[in-house]
Design a protein around this ligand. Structure first.
Ligand SMILES: [Zn+2]
Ligand SMILES: [Zn+2]
Length: 251
């Protein structure tokens, strides 16, 4: 039997984006993108469930549903493999209406989380990056021998205080780089958005402070609302990496 279901890339992106790549079941919400610890590549483990079945004999089939919408975002809900099975084996319990409600409530929940994130100063890209780095999944050989960017340190009037932080952060530079490369495969503009948000903050902060104070302000911005040590270390690694790349501070 020919399976002619299609998954237009644009619709898949919308679905994953609006669901924040999580299972839509509120009791589950499993993250559906995994980082492969060996290759450093991101894998999608989500199941795109059809609300109205693609085939006339499938769960929640509806002959009156417009055929051209069957394989589109409007007719999908993102689930983990387990929840997808639950839904498709109990189509009476999980009717079209119930699934639409689950999807809509999940997307509202995602929006609420993002709003909260914004008000916490921190931003989504940084949250994702710091979480991935603190998981240790991007560890490889550690660059203890990273050459300190002395010229840049002097030019920005940084003293031993900031220098020791930068060196600590730079020891994980290759980890940050591996994360950014793997993230770019999923979302090509992710690294730019992360850098740009830091640049914006730098341009604002350098109007009012300089030297060590400015560096500490950048760190405080990255750490806002975070008290966990591993998380702070990950954020320091990101700030130091961007410093080294000359994305922030004077070249
Ligand atoms: Zn399905
Ligand atoms: Zn699930």
């Amino acid at each position: 039997m020919a399976d002619n279901r299609k998954y237009p890339q644009q619709d898949v992106k919308i679905l994953y984006g609006k669901a924040a790549a999580r299972c839509a079941f509120s009791k589950c919400r499993k993250v559906l993108v995994l980082e492969d610890a060996f290759s450093g590549k991101a894998k999608q483990i989500g199941k795109i469930a059809h609300i109205v079945a693609h085939s006339p004999s499938g769960p929640r089939a509806d002959q009156s549903y417009p055929q051209d919408k069957l394989d589109r975002y409007v007719n999908w809900v993102l689930l983990c493999p387990t929840c997808h099975d639950i839904v498709d084996t109990q189509p009476e319990k999980y009717s079209t209406e119930v699934l639409l409600k689950i999807k809509q409530e999940h997307e509202s929940w995602v929006e609420e989380q993002l709003d909260e994130e914004m008000s916490n100063v921190s931003f989504a890209e940084l949250e994702v990056a710091a979480k991935a780095l603190s998981s240790g999944n991007f560890c490889g050989s550690t660059d203890f021998h990273v050459i300190p960017p002395e010229l840049k340190i002097t030019k920005n009037k940084l003293t031993q205080l900031s220098r020791s932080y930068i060196l600590m952060g730079l020891s994980r530079s290759s980890e940050v780089e591996r994360f950014l490369v793997s993230m770019a495969q999923l979302d090509s503009e992710f690294p730019e958005r992360l850098k740009n948000r830091f640049k914006e903050e730098y341009l604002e902060l350098c109007k009012v402070s300089s030297g060590d104070e400015l560096f500490m302000d950048m760190l405080a911005f990255a750490n806002s609302g975070v008290s966990d040590f591993k998380q702070q270390a990950a954020r320091l690694a990101i700030v130091s990496h961007l410093f080294h790349l000359c994305e922030i501070f004077k070249k």
